[in-house]
Design a protein around this ligand. Structure first.
Ligand SMILES: [Zn+2]
Length: 317
């Protein structure tokens, strides 16, 4: 059984991601994801794509696709964006926390992309992102340059194959290195599986703040302008759909445009909440949290109300 890797092209469908002069993140991520996947397939990996055309799935759904596929690794491809054009450039790889194989893979991908000519602007911890938080396997999110940087776009376009090869190489070398120590026994795949199991155990205890400091991994948002945690379908409000409930969320706003809702969701994310946007009947809801019991949801709702937000507890999709 080959090592299985999920390649996730960020955004898609009505969610264009970041845009710049008519250029859309969702197109760049799809092209790059397919190119990276093709290289890995040629190397013998079993590659699963979250999308191969212009369709939308929420990051939560994408994480679910990964988990249900039983994949060993999850690699999400995005492009970064800054408030002003040409304000920043470079590649950044995001991980849930600085521990285990995913941290090694993130460093390797950045290092390989640096060889192509991109500036390496670090590995960043983003515990709030659904594709990193909800995936059960080691997961990384590659920000392949800034979509509103002419320098990065030039690299992306003129060195497209090299960019895809660099990402694939960073992934492949991490996996091979992880299995190398025990590959003398002649069972490379078994070794890789063992390394992955260790990774899973390792994440359970997670890296301490001291370790993060030591490894110079930067916590928090630096220059990320992303729309995460978005889901298309929503349930009706609580009393109308209790049977299918998987928990509770707190509705904190309804907006006419996806952009406004995303902006509001990002404000909650920056304030430390787990926020997401749901589309319902042409309107966009911003929801916070993910609570198993109504009691937990009530406690969180009280906190949000104390901070001045209008709130409503709703059932999760
Ligand atoms: Zn993105």
């Amino acid at each position: 059984m080959a090592v299985k890797i999920v390649i996730d092209a960020g955004h898609g469908g009505y969610d264009a991601g970041a845009t710049y002069n008519g250029r859309r993140e969702k197109d760049d991520t799809l092209a790059l994801a397919l190119a990276v996947g093709e290289i890995l397939e040629a190397q013998g990996y079993d590659v699963i794509y979250t999308r191969t055309d212009d369709v939308y799935d929420s990051p939560v759904q994408k994480a679910r696709i990964g988990n249900e596929s039983g994949a060993d690794f999850f690699v999400s491809i995005h492009r970064n964006s800054s408030p002003s054009p040409n304000q920043y450039n470079g590649v950044q790889t995001l991980i849930y926390n600085n521990a285990g194989l995913k941290a090694v893979m993130a460093e390797n991908v950045n290092k390989e992309l640096e060889q192509v000519g991109y500036r390496n602007i670090n590995v960043v911890e983003r515990p709030d992102l659904a594709v990193l938080r909800r995936t059960k396997m080691p997961a990384i999110l590659v920000e392949a340059g800034f979509i509103n940087s002419d320098e990065d776009n030039n690299l992306f376009d003129t060195k497209f194959s090299e960019t895809a090869e660099a990402i694939a190489r960073g992934i492949d070398e991490t996996i091979r290195d992880a299995g190398y120590a025990v590959s003398q026994t002649g069972n490379r795949e078994g070794a890789v599986k063992t390394a992955i199991q260790n990774e899973k155990r390792g994440t359970a205890t997670s890296a301490s703040a001291d370790e993060n400091q030591k490894n110079k991994v930067y916590t928090g948002t630096q220059v990320v302008n992303e729309y995460y945690g978005i889901s298309r379908t929503v349930p009706a409000f609580a009393e109308e759909e209790p049977q299918t409930s998987m928990g509770y969320q707190i509705l904190v706003g309804i907006y006419r445009t996806f952009g406004t809702a995303s902006y509001q969701a990002n404000r909650f994310i920056n304030a430390g909440y787990d926020a997401m946007v749901y589309e319902d009947d042409g309107l966009y809801q911003v929801r916070v949290g993910d609570y198993e019991t109504i009691e937990d949801a009530i406690i969180a709702q009280r906190e949000l109300r104390d901070r001045g937000y209008d709130t409503l507890i709703v059932h999760k999709a």
